[in-house]
Design a protein around this ligand. Structure first.
Ligand SMILES: [Zn+2]
Ligand SMILES: [Zn+2]
Length: 87
């Protein structure tokens, strides 16, 4: 099965071989969502969640997001951590 190419990994650091190997499969939407949240600190709303619930879950799981060690690509370009990525 094809690996999913993370646009954020490509954008921020290019996609390295080791990163490609650890990426979820293209059809594994839960794995992709987890990757984006843990590697890029961007909340991803699951199908059964409200936007509010997604943000709360995300903040509880990744308290460092939005702080000085935030890994999201757009703390520099204005991502406010007040929204979620739609599935
Ligand atoms: Zn990535
Ligand atoms: Zn950030």
């Amino acid at each position: 099965m094809a690996k999913w190419a993370c646009k954020l990994c490509i954008m921020t650091k290019g996609l390295l071989g080791s990163q490609i190997d650890s990426l979820p499969d293209a059809e594994d939407s839960e794995g992709i969502a987890r990757h984006i949240e843990s590697e890029h600190h961007i909340a991803v709303r699951r199908e059964d969640e409200s936007e509010e619930a997604a943000l709360k879950r995300f903040r509880d799981a990744y308290p460092e997001a939005g702080g000085p060690s935030c890994k999201c690509p757009s703390c520099q370009v204005g991502y406010s951590h007040n929204g979620v990525l739609e599935p």
